[in-house]
Design a protein around this ligand. Structure first.
Ligand code: G6P
Length: 482
């Protein structure tokens, strides 16, 4: 039994089966892993899904890390919930990724997938209900598990339930594309929580607007107690005499990075070695660095178009700059992601063919999941390009200023959550505007070193203001106090 529980689709460890049949475990990183390390593993439990065959085999053999519980969900149910709903519907809504003349299509097949999403959420709710101490705090993560708070509250009304959204939240006009019954189920699922967290005021505001309704399922209105900044949603489910009024608090916890940890990681010998190799490739040219999952919302194609426009309209940068781009594979089960990855590779090749010379390759693109190379590129960055169409936070925008050795100018999309904290010292861009992005790259490359260093220092301070452990503890304290 545990007094602090975390639930997320992807857990802190994944398994693969070696050729000799033994299991090898790989620990992941990320904000949640270091956040939860603020709590002793004896009192805590992390509930996550078994993602592949290796994980499933670990569950079958009863292999588990202390404090981690993997759920072996039926593979078809899982695929429909994860690929079919979480990544193809909820992710697309929150990031405005639909190609509107054709998508979305909410038909019978969608409703079958939604039933799988519901079953997958129920498996989490039941596992959490079975493992939580009386009055325990449960911190549920992200759009994969939006129905868990409501389900868990029904099973265990004694628990303190939080939910944190790591993505943007779609504004009502976009969110209301969902069929009305599904939209209501989603919102009531979230409103089962005592505390809802978002990375920015923009996303929490969008949630509060979307969660205002008055219909047969109940009523919900934004809640601002007089004289406090505290806010939330006041709601009453159903209309009968038994319908109880509750308040769900909505707050903003902008996740930052742990500067000491990150600098230590970036100065390991293997990163030094990789940095030396990259330096040899780049020579004395300037660098524009980007690091992303190959993800539709990251806007990698328009980033490359802006770089091409820079080389066209400011030919003085030819042979004086290298674009170091890491676009590592993600969600390759989805056809649109495979096609996007291929387009990114093709465009990088086109730019190299158009501008490259015998001793200058304008784009050095890596499509490997290679964190060592990314850290080496961070250290070498003169300019960081972070131009997502929309992004819950975007930690790359916060990591590069902390690690860059010469100080880097940050070209940052107004659609990134990080923009809310970093906009004064970044060069803001509209992610759809190639010309503005190309000009911002030019300004960034031309920025005087002293100004660049000053801005980088302030960016690094803002980026480390709320490191993961504090981020996590703040939410835990809010949950216990609410
Ligand atoms: C986003 C989500 C995370 C997710 C990550 C990687 O940042 O908010 O919950 O883990 O993308 O996506 P994946 O589908 O590979 O877990």
């Amino acid at each position: 039994m545990a007094s602090v529980l975390v639930a997320s689709n992807r857990g802190p460890v994944s398994y693969s089966v070696r050729d000799d049949g033994s299991l090898s475990a790989r620990r992941g990183g990320g904000g949640l892993v270091s956040g939860l390390s603020a709590v002793s593993s004896e009192d805590s439990l992390w509930v996550c899904a078994a993602l592949g065959e290796g994980d499933r085999e670990a569950v079958r053999r009863g292999v588990a890390e202390p404090g981690v519980r993997m759920l072996d969900i039926d593979p078809e149910v899982y695929a429909d919930a994860y690929n079919g709903i979480a990544n193809s519907v909820l992710w697309f809504l929150h990031h405005h990724l639909y190609d509107i003349p054709r998508e979305p299509v909410f038909d019978a097949a969608f409703r079958r997938r939604w039933a799988s999403y519901r079953a997958y959420n129920r498996a989490f709710a039941e596992a959490l209900a079975a493992a939580a101490d009386e009055g325990a705090a449960v911190l549920v993560q992200d759009y994969h598990l939006a129905l868990v708070p409501g389900m868990l509250r029904e099973l265990r009304p004694d628990l303190r339930i939080g939910h944190f959204t790591h993505t943007p939240w779609a504004e009502p006009g976009y969110l209301r594309m969902l069929p009305e019954d599904i939209l209501q189920e989603l919102l009531w699922g979230m409103l089962g929580a005592d505390e809802l967290g978002f990375h920015t005021a923009m996303w929490s505001g969008a949630f509060m607007q979307g969660a205002s309704f008055d219909n047969e399922s109940g009523t919900a209105v934004p809640y601002f107690p007089a004289g406090t900044a505290w806010r939330g949603v006041e709601h009453r489910r159903g209309s009968g005499p038994g319908a109880q009024k509750r308040v769900t608090n909505v707050s903003v916890h902008p996740l930052g990075v742990d500067g000491d940890d990150l600098r230590a990681l970036a100065h390991r010998p293997e990163v030094d070695a990789r940095l030396a190799r990259l330096r040899a490739e780049v020579g004395d040219r300037k660098t524009i660095v980007r690091v992303d999952r190959t993800e539709l919302s990251k806007n990698i194609l328009r980033g490359l178009m802006a770089y091409r426009e820079l080389l066209t309209t400011h030919p003085e940068w030819r042979d004086r700059v290298v674009h170091l781009a890491s676009a590592y594979p993600s969600r390759q089960d989805l056809e649109s992601y495979r096609a996007y990855t291929a387009s990114v590779v093709a465009l990088a090749e086109e730019i190299n063919a158009e501008f490259g010379t015998a001793d200058w390759q304008p784009v050095l693109l890596s499509v490997e999941d290679d964190f060592t190379r990314s850290l080496a590129a961070y250290r070498l960055a003169d300019v960081a390009l972070v131009n997502p169409v929309r992004d819950g936070m975007n930690l790359v925008a916060k990591e590069i200023p902390v690690v860059s050795e010469a100080g880097c100018a940050l070209v940052l999309s107004r659609g990134a959550g990080a923009y809310e904290e970093l906009h004064t010292d970044a060069l803001p861009v509209n992610p759809f505007d190639i010309t503005e992005t190309a000009e911002a790259l030019h300004r960034a490359l031309s920025m005087p070193p002293a100004e660049r260093a000053d801005r980088t220092k302030r960016l690094a301070t803002a980026s480390t203001a709320l490191p993961p452990q504090r981020w996590f503890l703040n939410q835990l304290e809010a949950l216990r106090g609410s």
